[in-house]
Design a protein around this ligand. Sequence first.
Ligand code: DNO
Length: 349
Amino acid sequence: MTFRWFGPADPIPLAHIRHIPGVSGVVSALYDVPVGAVWSRERLERLKAEIDAVGLTFAVVESIPVHEDIKLGRPSRDRLIATYCESVRAMGALRIPVLCYNFMPVFDWVRTNLAHLLADGSTALAYDHGSLAALDLSGGTGNLPGWATAYGPDELRALLAAYRDVDAERLWDHLAYFLERVVPAAEDAGVRMAIHPDDPPWSIFGLPRIVCTGADLERLVALVDRPTNGVTFCTGSLGADPDNDLPALVRRLGAGRGGGRIHFAHCRNVRVTGERRFHETAHPSACGGVDLREVLRALRDVGFTGPMRPDHGRMIWGERGRPGYGLYDRALGAMYLQGLWEGLTRSGG
Ligand code: DNO
């Protein structure tokens, strides 16, 4: 079991993560390196040393952000892809085996309410497509939560304009171009690539989003048909679209040795409450629409051995933290997932 940690700026100390029974790995990144710059081995080594010092291992890099010029297919992409490969090699040299990344234009994950009140008095992240238009982007993306990149108003306007020429098929071409170059480098470095599905799994602000469904993930792994080219199976992102049959998808993508193309599992629960409308919940199956027991059963059946982490948690017990990334509810999630896993793997469940 692993746990995401936002580096030294995270209000949650590594020592507290170490207290969660069964959590042995940390998912982290160099958050202060500008997008497009090289991640030096020295910087990464320092982060790894901090993690090692508390008796945890650096299990996954989430994420090395992909520069917009790569997604837009601009001429500078060759230089930026070379840089990306260099960062992947630094990971490999330090034996950090999995890289979670995404290929969402401009925005990473988006929610319209960061403190949706649940019946038990806790709060969770929520999304309502109808309210999306009301999100104020006039100040850039600075006041949106949680991602590596923030754009100022002018930059954001220019980027949104640039994407008018990039439809979904062109974005697929650009993703293929990227993977054709990065996957061989990752393979040499001993790093498994794990794309994160788009969250929410549909187009927002008129931008193309192409990693949303089972068919998309299957197309992705076939783009460069090598074991290194895989996915992060995120139950929350994929689960926001009721047409995605999660256990069936695990069985398809996970076919093959050791969980096939599933290199990383993000487990979280969501409750879909309408057309393109959902809120997150506590992890247990009974709390939301995702049957985590069935997802984990499928992961067990395909022989998944990769890292898994609880994903977004609610805010409970008065905690004030980074939206979705407090300590308490994610720790409960880690315990629940391990209980399920133990039941499924030890008893023949
Ligand atoms: C949200 C996360 C994503 C993820 C990136 C991967 O909480 O799962 O932001 O880290 O999309 O690149």
